[in-house]
Design a protein around this ligand. Structure first.
Ligand code: HMG
Length: 414
């Protein structure tokens, strides 16, 4: 049977236990703090210790998601982990997560990679699986899990972060019904950001990457508008919220500006005060209020877009139900998608289930020296096979950790 509805039924975020304060990081780098806090819009940055890897972050996010929304692991028929910081060139993060969650052996399991677009690729694949009628009542679990690292002292350093967002996709979504028909796609080979197999750190042509992101937004939106057949179906005036990939908070402002321009069909200069003001007002209403989590977590690559969505849904009241939203996913290199969804009736009843504020408030602030020690330890983490990595060294309190390799096999505790 072909599903009439498909969408996001459950969501959860899990991030590292430590963070740095952006004013302290700016001061340590000899930079005016305003550049990080206002220029980029970042207030705090999540820092993963060597014991918190893509697998552990993904698994804990998925456990939180299933538990909070009362979903039995046996209900999961597809598991997809979107990541660009995988732990093995061959073995997918997803298969570790599959074991750690105790998912059934007939659960189709794989990893998707296309920079930050990886989880959106997973989401669309899950939608196709359900719409094609192959789910047979089962649900798909999509996890976006990443650790963004550019290295100390690089221009990208203040745009690092780490964390995972897990979402369950089903025919009976409790949160968001996705528009199955209108998906705008965009692909172009560009060298804006990449991480060669031999490097733990990303290389990026930062300013060019911003241009690539914005061009991809124009391309994906235009494709969505063409597929919609009428601008009305995708028009911003019919939207209650717009979500973008958020490598840093200011980028969402630039994205919203471009979104306006493509819809208007021309560019908006500073001199065009009337439109410039409208864009600013609309940003404050449709985008800015739900960037508070991104501002204190940083770039989590595949999960950044969905973290903003969690911020929106965790504060949803009845007035948000039935409202339309847009989502733009960008992955460097590059691939992008523009899609639309509706908040389902009753979604506000689940708001408390996806609120990560308690865990975020319990994070430990690192002094910059300790953060730098973590970066150095991360560099060495996989180098010594048989060495035991101790969660206690970083005062971690969680319940799943990566503790090093033995015979080149990754070990998790407990
Ligand atoms: P930069 O050159 O260090 O910073 O690099 P800047 O000089 O461009 O300044 C940033 C902003 O701060 C500017 O605002 C300044 O004016 C402002 P804007 O002109 O852009 O509106 N500023 C100040 N504001 C207030 N007080 C001050 C002050 N000083 C300056 N005192 C850059 C910034 C983002 C390029 C860098 O951090 C970087 O390379 N980051 C990594 C790449 C990145 O995040 N790219 C984003 C688009 S690509 C993408 O999103 C994909 C990605 O997530 C990866 C994937 O897909 O896998 C990255």
């Amino acid at each position: 049977m072909v599903a009439s509805t498909v969408g996001i039924d459950a969501m959860a975020f899990h991030g590292p236990e430590c963070f740095v304060d952006m004013v302290e990081l700016a001061t340590a780098r000899g930079v005016d703090p305003g550049k990080y806090t206002k220029g980029l819009g970042q207030l705090e940055m999540a820092v993963a210790t060597p014991c918190e890897d893509t697998v552990s972050l993904a698994t804990v996010a998925a456990r939180k998601c299933l538990t909070a929304f009362d979903i039995d692991p046996q209900e999961i028929g597809t598991l997809i982990v979107g990541t660009e910081t995988g732990v093995d060139h061959s073995k997918p993060v997803a298969v570790y997560v599959h074991e750690l969650l105790g998912l059934p052996s007939n659960c189709r399991t794989f990893e998707t990679k296309h920079a930050c677009y990886g989880a959106m690729a997973g989401l669309t694949s899950a939608i196709d699986w359900i719409v094609a009628g192959r789910a047979r009542g089962k649900k798909a679990l999509i996890v976006a899990s990443d650790i963004a690292r550019y290295g100390a002292g690089t221009p990208g350093e203040p745009t690092q972060g780490a964390g995972a967002v897990a979402m369950v996709v089903s025919e009976t979504p409790r949160l968001l019904a996705l528009d199955k028909e209108v998906f705008g796609d965009y692909t172009r080979q560009v060298m804006d950001f990449w991480r060669p197999l031999y490097s733990k750190y990303a290389f990026t042509d930062g300013h060019y990457s911003i241009d690539c992101y914005l061009d991809a937004l124009s391309g994906a939106w235009s494709d969505a508008a063409a597929k919609a057949g009428s601008h009305d179906r995708v028009a911003m005036r019919n939207l209650n919220a717009c979500f973008y990939h958020v490598p840093f908070v200011k980028m969402a402002r630039k994205a919203h500006h471009r979104h306006w321009e493509v819809e208007l069909g021309r560019s908006i200069s500073r001199e065009d005060e009337e439109h410039a003001m409208k864009v600013t007002d609309s940003f404050e209403v449709l985008v800015s209020p739900w960037l508070t989590l991104n501002a204190i977590v940083g770039n989590i690559y595949t999960g950044s877009l969905f973290l903003a969505l969690i911020d929106y849904l965790r504060a949803a009241d009845e007035s948000r139900e039935g409202g339309n939203i847009s989502m733009f996913s960008y992955g460097s290199g590059c691939g992008a998608a523009f899609c639309f969804a509706k908040v389902v009736e009753g979604a506000s009843r689940h708001a408390g289930r996806l609120d990560p504020s308690t865990a975020l408030a319990a994070r430990r602030k690192l002094a910059i020296a300790e953060y730098e020690e973590i970066l150095a330890a991360y560099d060495a983490a996989d180098a010594n096979d048989g060495e035991h990595l101790s969660p206690a060294r970083w005062k971690l309190r969680g319940d799943l950790f990566y503790i090093g390799t033995r015979n080149h096999i990754r070990q998790y505790y407990p």
